[in-house]
Design a binder for this molecule. Structure first.
Ligand SMILES: NC(=O)c1ccc[n+]([C@@H]2O[C@H](COP(=O)([O-])OP(=O)(O)OC[C@H]3O[C@@H](n4cnc5c(N)ncnc54)[C@H](OP(=O)(O)O)[C@@H]3O)[C@@H](O)[C@H]2O)c1
Length: 225
């Protein structure tokens, strides 16, 4: 598959590019507002992967950098990994460029940082996944990775241990994204309901951050037992 990661230069984007690039044979296109920045980041991430990839890891995928608009051209999956404020408008602008069968993945969460713990910032659409679905009405949109911390994804010398809830209205799209997640060492895609359930999943992110800070643990995430 060809996977475009919009905002691939950022914190979560870096983790996703490194993890997908190292553990899977998919072609990863790192998207950015700046094509040169994307190419530099893609080269640096590919170099980092080459240093850690062992014999068990596939070496037939590629990592390239492009502008966000160029990255979505032939994508099977487009992962939106930019901050909440610009995310719906970015998807709206790119929607006409998406291949007809591309699945859009929202990782986006609105968080109000507070001294007494962090709170979910609910957008008018009910969730960011719903806001992104409204911006790409002709494509299936799923929510995933909202409750996965970026740090452990990027730490290639360790295997993460997270379940990743995947929510969406298209069973085929949920399957495609769950399969992509399952291809990564230590990650398991878990179908978790319709797109309406994205509100629930997005709420988990500030909770996990608050727990991490209060218990002095990094990389707090989800495992369903
Ligand atoms: N960080 C985490 O642990 C984590 C975990 C789960 C979910 N998420 C979600 O993932 C998304 C990205 O989080 P992050 O921490 O990776 O954010 P980030 O590092 O602040 O930003 C990611 C990238 O977004 C691009 N960007 C910034 N402002 C933009 C704008 N106005 N328009 C278009 N692109 C813009 C930038 O890339 P260029 O400058 O190269 O274009 C930046 O590198 C957020 O919605 C967050 O809720 C994050």
């Amino acid at each position: 598959m060809r996977v475009a990661i919009l905002g691939g230069t950022g914190g979560l984007g870096r983790g996703l590019v490194l993890r997908l690039g190292r553990d899977t044979a998919h072609d990863i296109v790192l998207g950015s507002r700046d094509g040169d920045r994307a190419e530099r980041a893609a080269d640096a991430f590919a170099e980092g992967i080459a240093d850690t990839a062992g014999p068990d890891h596939p070496d037939d995928g590629s990592i390239t950098g492009a502008t966000n608009a160029e990255s979505v051209g032939n994508a099977d999956v487009v992962v939106v990994a930019v901050p909440p404020e610009p995310a719906p408008d970015l998807v709206w602008d790119l929607a006409p460029l998406l291949p007809a069968d591309a699945v859009v993945v929202s990782t986006v969460v609105g968080i109000e940082m507070g001294d007494d713990g962090h709170a979910y910032r609910r957008p008018e659409a009910g969730s960011y996944a719903a806001a992104i679905a409204a911006a790409a009405p002709d494509h299936p949109v799923v929510g995933a990775f909202q409750a996965v911390p970026a740090g452990p994804l990027a730490a290639l010398d360790e295997i993460p241990n997270y379940d990743v809830p995947v929510v969406g209205d298209s069973p085929d799209a949920v399957d495609r994204v769950s399969g992509l997640i399952d291809d990564c060492d230590g990650l398991t895609g878990v179908p978790a309901g319709s797109l309406e359930c994205a509100t629930t999943v997005e709420h988990l992110a500030p909770l996990l951050m608050s727990v991490g800070e209060r218990t002095d643990r990094s990389g707090v995430g989800i495992r369903f037992v």
